[in-house]
Structures are given as structure tokens and as C-alpha cells.
Design a protein around this ligand. Structure first.
Ligand code: BTN
Length: 281
């Protein structure tokens, strides 16, 4: 791992050089805001979330961003791997130090899902949906995911690492076979390559704006925007976590970010973690 903008490059990287992110330019564009100063840029890293956590534990300030062109150990939710090919998509982590009760830490993920959906919506108007808790879907396929990792004690949150992976220019040919069935990219949907730097800049500005709204006005307004993107509102869904399965009609989210279902007995069930799938098409 080396943090740099001028290292010796492999042939692949040389080919991609023309489309590498320009960290200095991004940082300059974000200079008047709270996010991206500093912005640590890597050609390759294990995981931006892991590195951001190390920096957070060493005392880094809120707003620090770690971006990498590729990850060798990109991590998804529930211990899954996040495919992170070089110079193709975006992989980033933002350090936050929110003044929220630990029970409300999930609001950070939901806030980021709204900002991410807004950023994607510009490219594919009317086609973006959020799958609880934090997947961004186009149709039935996943375009982006969020991995939020918090360090808390019972009274307060020390830090939150907001990790985001977005498939921008990933072609389905380049995806591993099992991923091809479940994942998509903006290039696959629109047929047009996405300028990753512009996307990253707009996304960081959007998250900063939504985070400011959360701090100033609380979660209610963001929750409404989240619900407007919610993929399966009113649909019968099945939620699975390890051996436990819950079935019900999806109602929305509560202030703790829990998924609220109405079960077959008419009772509300709050789901805090798991994988959701719709039961009928
Ligand atoms: C998911 O949907 O499972 C969450 C995926 C999150 C992937 C991103 S890529 C940048 C950051 N670093 C990681 O190792 N993971 C997150």
C-alpha cells in the first residue's frame, strides 16, 4: 500500500492512467467544505474502511476521506467480499464523529443511502431504489453498497467509518460469474462511461449536505426521502438473518433505522439486521 500520486505503474495502470482520479483536484474542489480535507488517495489498498479505521483510532478528524483505485480485500456487509477492480468504479470511506446516541448510529447509513441514491438518480432518473438497509438497486440488480462500521461505548459514538462502493464503469463481462447475475453498473444501464471524478465530487458534496441536515434538523426529513426511494414498501418480504426468518409486509423504517414489517398476525416487527427479499414479483 502506498499513498501517492506518482508511483511506478504496471502496464494496466499505465493504460488506465488517463482515467485515474486526480486527488489534488478533488481536494481543491472540496476545499470550502467539511469533507475531503484531508483526502488520502491510494492506487491500491486492502480496504479503505480498514485504513480509515486505523487513522480514526490515531485521532484523525471528522471529514477525512480515504479513496482507492482498487482494493485487494474490499469488504461488504455480513462478511462478504466487495469486488474492487482498478480504475473502474469508486471505493471510498469517510470518517464521521457524529453527536448521536449509539442507538441512532444506523441513521448515518440511511442518510448516506439517500445521498448516494440522489447522486445516482442524476444518471438514471426515476430508476433508483434503496433496498433496506443500504443497497442501491437499479431494477433488481445492485449498483452500490454501504458498509458502516462504528466504534461506540454505551454513551457515545467515538467514530463511524462510512464505506461506499459504487459500480460505475464495471462491464458485466468483467464481473465474476456469480456477481453478474446480481450486480449492475451505470455503464451497463446507460451505455455511457461515467466520469468517476465528477461523480465522486458530487457524492461527497451530497453526503456532506445530508449529514448537515441530519445534524441540524434531525432524522425525520431524511427518513421521508429514504422512504420515497424504498424498493419494497407495501410488498410482502422475507428477512433472513442466520437461521431466523421473518415474513411480513414492509412498512418502512423507524427512527433507529429498523425495518418495520407487519407480520401475518397484524403485529409490527422491528428488524435490525438481515437480508430482505420480496416474496412475489
Ligand atoms: C455491501 O453492500 O455489502 C457494502 C459494500 C461496501 C463496499 C465499500 S468499498 C469501500 C469501502 N471499503 C470496503 O472494504 N468496503 C467499503
Amino acid at each position: 500500500m502506498s499513498e501517492t500520486t506518482s508511483i511506478s505503474l504496471s502496464q494496466d495502470a499505465k493504460n488506465a492512467e488517463a482515467v485515474a482520479l486526480d486527488a489534488a483536484r478533488i481536494q481543491q474542489a472540496l476545499a470550502s467544505g467539511r469533507f475531503g480535507n484531508p483526502l488520502h488517495y491510494f492506487r491500491e489498498i486492502g480496504s479503505t474502511n480498514s485504513h480509515a479505521r486505523e487513522l480514526a483510532e490515531a485521532g484523525a478528524a471528522e471529514g477525512m476521506v480515504v479513496v482507492a483505485e482498487s482494493q485487494s480485500q474490499g469488504r461488504g456487509r455480513l462478511g462478504r467480499r466487495w469486488e474492487s477492480p482498478a480504475f473502474t468504479n469508486l471505493y471510498l470511506s469517510i470518517l464521521l464523529r457524529p453527536k448521536l446516541a449509539p442507538a441512532h448510529a444506523a441513521q448515518i447509513t440511511l442518510m448516506a443511502a439517500v445521498a448516494l441514491a440522489d447522486a445516482v438518480e442524476v444518471y438514471v432518473p426515476g430508476q433508483v431504489a434503496i433496498k433496506w438497509p443500504n443497497d442501491i438497486l437499479i431494477g433488481k440488480k445492485k449498483l452500490a453498497g454501504i458498509l458502516t462500521e462504528a466504534s461506540c461505548d454505551p454513551e457515545r459514538i467515538h467514530h463511524v467509518i462510512l464505506g461506499i462502493g459504487i459500480n460505475l464503469n464495471y462491464t458485466s463481462d468483467a464481473m465474476p460469474e456469480d456477481l453478474r447475475r446480481r450486480a449492475t453498473s451505470l455503464l451497463e444501464i446507460t451505455g455511457k462511461p461515467v466520469h468517476r471524478e465528477s461523480f465522486l465530487q458530487a457524492l461527497l458534496q451530497g453526503i456532506e449536505r445530508c449529514y448537515g441536515e441530519l445534524e441540524q434538523a434531525g432524522f425525520a426529513a431524511l427518513a421521508q426521502r429514504w422512504q420515497a426511494y424504498f424498493a419494497w414498501r407495501g410488498r410482502r418480504v422475507r428477512v433472513k438473518l442466520l437461521d431466523q426468518v421473518t415474513i411480513g409486509t414492509a412498512k418502512g423504517i423507524d427512527p433507529d433505522g429498523a425495518l418495520v414489517l407487519i407480520d401475518d398476525y397484524g403485529s409490527e416487527q422491528r428488524i435490525l439486521a438481515g437480508d430482505v427479499i420480496p416474496l412475489e414479483t
